[in-house]
Design a protein around this ligand. Structure first.
Ligand code: SF4
Ligand code: F3S
Length: 386
């Protein structure tokens, strides 16, 4: 209780300090933006309540979360693009009915973002330098994409001076107040780092020596991106993280723990092939390759496309997109891990590939356990049916 009160006091003080700073963008404020989009204050407060719960804070923090969202324009953000498909930005920007999360993203003072800014070439480069200089030590840096590194840095050059992506990332990291690697490419290297990784693409954390918070996913949900911004506004500190530097509030639980088909898994009711009777009845997708038991993310709670659906709800198993090296370690995507368990136990499943041996043992045991359960529950089920 004392700890909660302390936290509440700390966040209140920080918000008060931020309120005294001038708004970076004076043309917009949250109440006006909500009104323009036809969103009622009540819905905004409901959203703030959900965000508070998502950040694992008590409900009493809801007014503070709402206030933090209103103060998002005090926070300069620099967003860099590296080797990537831009899907993480697109997932936030390309919505036909912008929700409150995209609205907050719009409201954040995006001082530099190559996809949305009008400037190009020399002007863009000048804008970046200007933002880094003007907001030295105050800006939040978000980086999307894997980064060719070492002797392969030249595979990615940006801007009229042909600066390498790695140089850009290092330069912008040097004076950032907080750094977030947005998406699996920036967090773990992504598809361009998949074997044989011809451009030696690396995660942001291998390019800078500053602390990096990973927000993986292909793409990560908008709430996982906006939630980190709100957390930083509220506390001015980085969130607590797991072994892969992912915020615990977002990546603390497995897909399998939160899945709506979990009851089917426990009951041994599996889809055997896509389009069969089990698929129509919403059975568990483990046997057609779902990697939910080995993947840490909150997709089933947050969902995508204006929070309407997520992979498992749409009928395809999770492919483990928020785990390190998932392109190499989670495939084949439509086959269960049990099919190749022994071949990969030493090479490492995505989540097994941790430096920490306890993690390896635990997750290998989980993989064996999950596979064994799938087989056992099927046998029980078959017996019941005969
Ligand atoms: Fe859900 Fe996949 Fe786990 Fe089945 S295996 S319960 S579909 S997460
Ligand atoms: Fe990715 Fe699995 Fe979620 S594939 S989007 S972590 S359900």
């Amino acid at each position: 209780m004392e700890r909660t009160q302390e936290l509440f006091k700390k966040a209140s003080q920080r918000l008060q300090e931020l309120s005294s700073l001038p708004a970076i963008r004076e043309d917009k404020n949250i109440p006006q933006m909500l009104e323009e989009k036809g969103i009622e204050r009540r819905d905004f407060m409901k959203w703030a309540g959900a965000m508070t719960a998502m950040l694992s804070l008590p409900a009493t923090f809801t007014p503070l979360t709402a206030k933090a969202a209103e103060l998002a324009d005090r926070l300069p953000v620099i967003w860099l693009h590296m080797a990537e498909c831009t899907g993480c930005s697109e997932s936030l920007l390309r919505t036909d009915g912008p929700g409150i999360d995209s609205l907050i993203f719009d409201y954040i003072s995006l001082e530099y973002h190559e996809t949305v800014m009008a400037a190009a070439g020399w002007q863009a480069e000048h804008n970046l330098e200007h933002a880094i200089e003007k907001y030295k030590g105050r800006y939040v840096l978000m980086v999307e994409g894997g980064i060719p590194a070492g002797s392969s840095e030249f595979y990615l050059t940006v801007g009229p001076h042909g600066t390498t992506g790695a140089e850009h990332a290092r330069h912008a990291s040097a004076n950032a107040a907080a750094i977030f690697a947005i998406g699996s490419c920036s967090s773990f290297g992504g598809v361009q780092a998949a074997r044989p990784n011809p451009t030696n693409a690396q995660p942001l954390s291998k390019v800078t020596n500053k602390p990096v918070i990973n927000v993986p996913g292909c793409p990560p949900s908008e709430k996982n991106i906006v939630g980190n911004v709100l957390h930083f506004i509220l506390f001015g500190t980085l969130p607590s993280v797991d072994a892969f530097n992912r915020p615990m509030w977002a990546y603390g639980l497995r897909i399998h723990d939160l899945c709506e088909r979990r009851g089917r898994f426990d009951a041994g009711e599996f889809v055997q092939e896509f389009g069969d009777e089990g698929a129509k009845k919403g059975y568990c997708l483990y046997k057609v390759g779902c990697k939910g038991p080995y993947t840490f993310n909150n997709c089933s709670k947050l969902r995508f496309n204006q929070h309407t659906s997520w992979p498992v709800q749409a009928g395809h198993g999770c492919i483990g997109c928020s785990e390190p090296d998932f392109w190499d370690t989670m495939g084949p995507f439509e086959e269960p891990v049990a099919n190749r368990l022994y071949a990969t136990a030493f090479d490492g499943l995505g989540a097994d590939k941790t430096a920490d041996k306890i993690g390896i043992t635990l997750l290998a045991a989980t993989a064996v356990g999950v596979a064994a359960h799938a087989v056992l529950s099927m046998m029980v089920k078959d017996k019941e049916n005969n």
